[in-house]
Write a protein that binds this ligand. Sequence first.
Ligand SMILES: [Fe+2]
Length: 277
Amino acid sequence: MTQYLTGFGLGMRRPHYRSYIDGTAPVDFIEVISENFMIAGGKPLDTLLKARSNYSLALHGVSMSIGSADGLSDAYLIELRRLVDIMQPAVVSDHLCWTRIDQFNSHDLLPLPYTEEALDVVCRNIDLAQETLGRRMLLENPSSYIAFPGAMMEWEFLAEMTRRTGCGLLLDVNNIHVSAVNHGFLAADYLAGIPMGSVGQIHLAGHVQGEHLLIDTHDQPVPPQVWALYRTAMTLAGPVPTMIERDDNIPELAELCDELEVARGISAEAAGERIAA
Ligand SMILES: [Fe+2]
């Protein structure tokens, strides 16, 4: 399998393991949650090795806590490096958030204030992570529900973060839409402010309407507003490996593959628009 990501993929979810082990799932790459496989041996690693023999792989973490002011966990980085060495993934990513302080480990992706101070912390941590892993990382934009006074816009933070560290971006288009609606900014302004050359992967997902806010549940089909934003992103960015990220309420594999087919169509149309422009 190639050690770079191309085309269209899916998150590898348990109900569909057999199709990935057999290599019958019609996708170009798979993504798994890194922490589910950061263990020494056993069936999970065996399953992933078999799937990896059929597909390019993206390792997507949820616990690096890149925004932790007290630095990254050495033990976590060592375990992740071990998994990277075994799997030789095409991509290693995590989220722009924090999850840990002292010995407390939240399992939520908690928001960062987009201040200069936080930028220094995040860049220092990314430098260490990339050095330890011996490779460039991608950082994913979170969905957010609160904003901090005096902070820069998220896209300004991402642009400066990529400039300083050389890291790439995992652009979650659903998260942009959710945050844009919740905070009242234009998703188009967000995309215009992103260094598109740094985008190494795209996530597509769905959300639900809460009482006051959109909630990023990743348990629904990709809605029309997110498809529209994806079209804009692909027109601006050029071809970027894209996947459907369904975390809950997992449907049949065929249903996810149908959604992926829509993404393929939009990507092709966006390529046509770029040529015509
Ligand atoms: Fe995502």
